[in-house]
Design a protein. Structure first.
Length: 197
């Protein structure tokens, strides 16, 4: 069965200055994502956050968007990413089944939460898909809805809407495809938590 065109992304939790995703990570956030969580892009030598961290984790500021994640809720765009290891290292991971007119969901979890409690923090209708199998693919929307930081306790839990064999686990892939039914229920839950439902 082919997916219906909706996609949920695994977004790295960004420990911003005034709350999650409000700025690039603070020094404590860089330490969490690089040293404790060992996030792949956060720990990559080309990442500006890693450069600041490797130089003693003082100073900065890190540029506005050192990663996809920090701008996800202002740009309403996310990528399938690239492979960071193996013989296809550096090659894009295609978003073959994402479709315009469908929905993208941005999911994340802080270091002190379980995978089963992964939050859906926002969503947007896909209006554009760029890239190809040879070029990094992005989905984007004109606008989206975000659960405010003050209401994170009300954000829907991703694994209550998406089931897979073996229970809640994400692994290294950056996205999962959703059915129409899953996406509509999840969109409604995000809108309600954002105060729009």
């Amino acid at each position: 069965m082919r997916p219906d065109g909706h996609v949920a992304f695994k977004v790295t939790w960004v420990y911003g200055k005034t709350g999650p995703f409000t700025s690039p990570c603070t020094a404590e956030g860089r330490e969490t994502n690089i040293q404790i969580e060992q996030k792949v892009w956060c720990s990559h030598r080309e990442n500006d956050c890693y450069k600041v961290y490797a130089a003693g984790n003082k100073g900065g500021p890190v540029k506005r968007s050192p990663c996809y994640d920090v701008g996800a809720f202002s740009d309403w765009a996310f990528s399938g990413g690239v492979l960071h290891s193996g013989p296809r290292r550096g090659q894009p991971i295609p978003l073959r089944f994402a479709k315009t007119g469908k929905w993208a969901f941005l999911t994340s979890k802080a270091v002190d939460t379980k995978e089963s409690d992964r939050l859906v923090l926002g969503c947007f209708e896909i209006t554009d898909i760029t890239g190809s199998d040879e070029e990094e693919m992005w989905v984007s929307g004109r606008t989206g809805e975000r659960v405010p930081n003050s209401s994170l306790q009300s954000a829907p839990r991703f694994w209550k809407f998406y089931r897979q064999s073996g229970g809640p686990r994400w692994g290294s892939g950056l996205f999962r495809y959703l059915s129409d039914g899953q996406a509509m229920r999840l969109r409604d839950a995000v809108m309600k938590a954002a105060g729009k439902g």
